[in-house]
Design a protein around this ligand. Structure first.
Ligand code: GTP
Ligand code: MG
Length: 335
């Protein structure tokens, strides 16, 4: 019976293509947001260069990786040549400068894991976080953006998964669920695993881009314009992919033994990474390898309790995709 109903569902899952695409389109930021971001960056560059002429500003995170929905916060990295620059000192000084230029809600969070200054620009209405020397984040932002250029289904899938995760309250690292960055890695990995593959493994190809950041070599094939037809042998629709994504994380992923790795374009074992036991606060209950900082598990924030919440949400989503008459509404119902 189960088999029958699955086949039946797959056969008409394509009725969901149009509604999913409509959701995707509605989340794309309007062109004017880019202009406002540029305006804010100009202002920040002016203010920063007066005090620190040697510093450079980079956009990173969702405003630059092409996975940002409308009205996202802007993430900015302030880069100094000096790796040992005193971050708290710079951030406190920066907060002072921003405040005297009438930026709103200025706050220096100098004790956070990633120390930042937060601000809101009243001219554009944009909220922004500024961190220091987080160059790896700038580089992984480029990797994500390059993946997005290869096949539009990645951007569509990420928008829908992020929208689901935000609606269901499972995009909150401080509550032990996953970051947006982790969800993007899950989507890339998932599309690398389709048969035929929808995405290649860029880090497994000829290295056309290479930088060394904090002693980590970051290298991959970035001439992605040459790969624009890569996924075309796979004709799966966005509706099938959303269904299969939730099905994978609900029923197929081996949480006990496996790590997903976009770096290798495959699944690797927890044993090979020595992620089998709890070390300090890292429990490795769901394992998502960072593409460059390979000792970094994006699932480290997940604890005994929140792994249950996450897996229940994956199962709920899979069940809705399978049986609900109106998945495009039910999937995103607030929790
Ligand atoms: P939204 O702000 O939710 O739209 O998504 P975002 O893409 O900006 O993601 P997020 O705020 O989670 O992270 C910002 C950036 O920090 C990511 O795009 C990565 O470049 C970088 N980053 C690197 N390591 C980590 C990590 O362990 N956790 C998080 N959250 N971000 C990381
Ligand atoms: Mg962000």
């Amino acid at each position: 019976r189960n088999f029958k109903s699955r086949t039946a569902c797959r056969n008409d899952i394509n009725r969901l293509i149009a509604p999913f695409l409509a959701i995707y389109e509605s989340l794309i930021p309007p062109e004017e947001e880019k202009g406002k971001q540029k305006q804010l960056m100009k202002l920040l560059e002016k203010l920063v260069s007066k005090e620190w002429p040697e510093a450079r500003l980079y956009l990173y995170g969702s405003c630059a990786n092409s996975f940002g929905v409308s009205k996202s916060d802007v993430d900015v990295c302030m880069a100094f040549e000096d790796p040992d620059v005193n971050k708290p000192e710079v951030l406190l000084k920066l907060a002072e400068i921003l405040e005297s230029d009438n930026l709103q809600n200025v706050q220096a969070l100098t004790r956070a894991r990633v120390p930042i200054v937060k601000l809101m620009d009243p001219a554009t209405g944009i909220s922004c976080d500024i961190c220091i020397n987080n160059v790896l984040a700038v580089v992984n932002t480029k990797l994500l953006r390059d993946y997005a250029k290869i096949d539009v289904r990645l951007r569509q899938l990420v928008f829908i998964v992020k929208h689901w995760a935000k609606s269901r309250g499972v995009n909150e690292t401080y509550q032990g669920t996953l970051s947006s960055y982790a969800y993007v890695l899950m989507c890339i990995h998932f599309l690398q695993q389709r048969q035929p593959a929808i995405l290649p493994c860029l880090q497994g190809m000829e290295r056309t881009y290479a930088v060394t950041v904090d002693d980590i070599e970051c290298a991959y094939f970035d001439q992605v314009d040459e790969l624009s037809g890569f996924g075309s042998r796979n004709r799966e629709s966005i509706a099938q992919l959303v269904w299969a994504f939730f099905n994978y994380w609900a029923y197929c992923h081996d949480y006990t033994n496996n790590v997903i790795s976009i770096r290798t374009g495959s699944i690797i074992s927890k044993r090979a990474k020595d992620w089998t036991r709890r070390v300090g606060n890292d429990r490795h209950l769901i394992c998502i390898e960072d593409p460059f900082e390979t000792s970094h598990d994006l699932g480290r924030v997940v604890d005994r309790n929140s792994i249950g919440v996450l897996r229940e949400e994956f199962e709920r989503a899979a069940e809705i995709m399978q049986n609900d008459p109106n998945p495009c509404v039910t999937l995103f119902e607030p929790y």
